[in-house]
Write a protein that binds this ligand. Structure first.
Ligand SMILES: O=C(O)c1ccccc1NCC(=O)[C@H](O)[C@H](O)COP(=O)(O)O
Length: 283
């Protein structure tokens, strides 16, 4: 029987369809007007982009955004004994410039409680709220829960929404990490005003295929030149396991990397960072 439009065509579509229902319910419990009130007493955000730049200048290596990720649709549970605060502290000790915290519950076993707990545990690294954002309300919610940055996925959001959401981020003091996977998305995003941080995901979110040469492909030629001209910082995301992988994406032009699986699976994530970079990057 043919797909009559009521079955998602891939995992990303499934996540987004579910997110739509989830956000509607969350908004009912906490309307925007309440979130805005909470924000009036919120502490200032930390400078996510500034932390990436400072780390790159200090180490000469791509700044690390270490991901607090219990599970994923492609890999299942990555770590059974998952203590988000302990993992976050271990990442910070190992020299991570920033942390990424999965907040999606259904597909990644993450939560906003994890984000809040990490923020309240004295971790100083700026925090990226790793969510599937489909509405501006989620950005306000992330800010209330302690985020310093938020992910905007080009495969999910039209250009006008990205532009609008970047403005909201600026208003709230958040950094927007705009994620692309292919040339079409990169070209779209390079045409949007105000983009300062682009993530190139080596994982195809529809098929799960991971290929780190995707980062190189998207930074070649005129695209790479445009990115340099605009002073945009690029983050290489997914599938990074070895110092050779880090060297490869650095050579391609990234100044930061976002790493989950290869670190979170290590018994000692602090040592995992030294293993990933081939040296201690903490001092
Ligand atoms: O990781 C997945 O299976 C996944 C599936 C569908 C949408 C997003 C997904 N992952 C988000 C990410 O891109 C990664 O968590 C992040 O880049 C870190 O990747 P890795 O170092 O390979 O864990």
């Amino acid at each position: 029987m043919q797909n009559e439009g009521n079955t998602p065509c891939n995992i990303l579509e499934e996540i987004i369809w579910y997110k739509d229902k989830e956000v509607s319910q969350m908004k009912e419990k906490k309307p925007l007007i309440l979130l805005k009130k909470q924000l009036s007493g919120a502490p200032p955000t930390r400078d996510f982009l500034g932390a990436l730049k400072a780390s790159y200048s200090r180490t000469g290596l791509p700044a690390l955004i270490a991901e607090v990720k219990k599970a994923s649709p492609s890999r299942g549970v990555l770590r059974e004994d998952f203590n988000p605060v302990e993992i976050a502290k271990a990442y910070e000790k190992g020299g991570a410039a920033c942390l990424s915290v999965l907040t999606d519950q259904k597909y990644f076993q993450g939560s906003f409680e994890n984000l809040e707990a990490i923020r309240n545990a004295g971790v100083e690294c700026p925090l990226l709220c790793k969510e599937f954002v489909i509405e501006a309300w989620q950005i306000y919610y992330a800010r209330v829960k302690g985020a310093d940055a938020i992910l905007l996925i080009a495969a999910v959001l039209p250009n006008l929404d990205i532009q609008y959401m970047i403005k909201i981020c600026k208003l709230l003091g958040l950094t927007a990490l705009v994620e692309v996977h292919d040339e079409t998305e990169m070209d779209r995003v390079l045409g949007i005003e105000g983009v300062e941080l682009i993530g190139i995901n080596n994982r195809d979110l529809g098929t799960f295929k991971v290929d780190i040469s995707n980062t190189k492909k998207l930074l070649e030629g005129e695209r790479g030149e445009k990115i340099r001209e605009k002073g945009i910082i690029v983050v290489g995301e997914s599938g990074l396991f070895t110092p050779a992988d880090i060297g490869y994406v650095q050579e391609a032009g990234v100044k930061a990397v976002l790493v989950g699986e290869s670190l979170v699976k290590q018994e000692d994530p602090t040592k995992g960072i030294s293993g990933l970079f081939g040296k201690d990057i903490s001092c």
